[in-house]
Design a protein around this ligand. Structure first.
Ligand code: GUN
Length: 283
């Protein structure tokens, strides 16, 4: 039977640590401010944005809300970002994705000052991660590293298999595991012998985007299984990319869905905001 990696508890721990750190910063005259831009009213995005603002409130981070209508032009959005880039009181800028179809996401991400890029999506942030320079790291993979470290999972020398190569999860995840001295294999939709490769993993990160895809056939005895997926089944119940009932008897440690990787994303966003404010204060 696998031990559960409790993302709810670990993210709460991180938020409490940040709350203490922000209180100390405040007492020394440093504030932390996150600007959140939401264009349109996508229901899922509204929920995410609300949760991010709540986390800010809990920790003591000031959040500025920039809600812009669906018809906002790309130029108007870029102008807003330029204004926030120049505003010294703003430490972090987050543009909630997806954006309406008439706006080019790459151009928007490029416009964010890398020093305020708390999502870690700017090409400069990604490049810095790639060559081992300081910069902000995408929150979900950064959260997974925290889950592993705080659950006592050693990464060094381990065979880490990442299934998925997205810019937000798979690629930065692979680079972070490599930075922790893991031996990393990246798999994707064209990978041959996926089962065999997964079954050779000591640490298996599942970010394939297919509900309950990873069964016992993909998992080595005693492997650590991290489930990045989140789906709703026919009965409106949440499930991940891993078939939990089948994987759990084989794995040594496993993240549940919900309550595994999910809560870590916001915790790491908060951590990036605090880091941005600290870097600014040191300048
Ligand atoms: N939309 C879904 N996830 C994310 C995220 O982590 N950051 C942003 N900015 N938008 C998202």
């Amino acid at each position: 039977m696998a031990q559960l990696i409790d993302g709810k508890m670990i993210s709460a721990q991180i938020k409490d640590e940040l709350k203490e750190e922000v209180a100390k910063m405040n007492s020394q005259g440093t504030t932390v401010t996150l600007a959140v831009i939401l264009v349109g009213q996508d229901p899922a995005s509204c929920v995410y944005v609300r949760n991010k603002k709540r986390a800010c409130e809990y920790i003591g981070i000031r959040s500025i809300s920039c809600e812009m209508p669906e018809e906002t032009t790309q130029e108007e959005l870029l102008a807003k970002i330029r204004e926030l880039n120049q505003d010294d009181s703003v430490d972090g800028i987050l543009v909630q994705l997806p954006l309406p179809a008439h706006i080019n996401e790459d151009a928007v991400i490029d416009a964010i000052d890398p020093a305020k890029d708390v999502d870690g999506f700017h090409p400069r942030s990604v490049g810095a991660l790639c060559i081992g320079k300081p910069g902000f790291v995408s929150c979900t993979p950064a959260g997974i590293i925290q889950l592993l470290k705080r659950s006592g999972v050693a990464i060094e020398g381990k065979h880490c298999v990442v299934v998925g190569r997205s810019n937000i999860v798979g690629k930065p995840m692979s680079l972070l595991l490599l930075r922790e001295n893991g031996t990393v294999t990246i798999c994707h939709s064209r990978t041959k012998n996926l089962k065999d490769i997964c079954r050779s993993a000591d640490i298996l990160v599942c970010a394939i985007g297919k509900p309950k895809f990873f069964t016992e056939e993909y998992i080595k005895d005693g492997a650590v299984v991290i489930d990045v997926g989140i789906h709703r089944n026919a009965e409106n119940k949440l499930c991940g990319d891993v078939d939990f009932e089948k994987a759990e008897p084989i794995a040594s440690k496993i993240t549940p869905v919900p309550g595994g990787v999910g809560p870590m994303t916001i915790a790491m966003l908060m951590s990036n905001c605090v880091e941005a404010a600290k870097r600014k204060a040191q300048k």
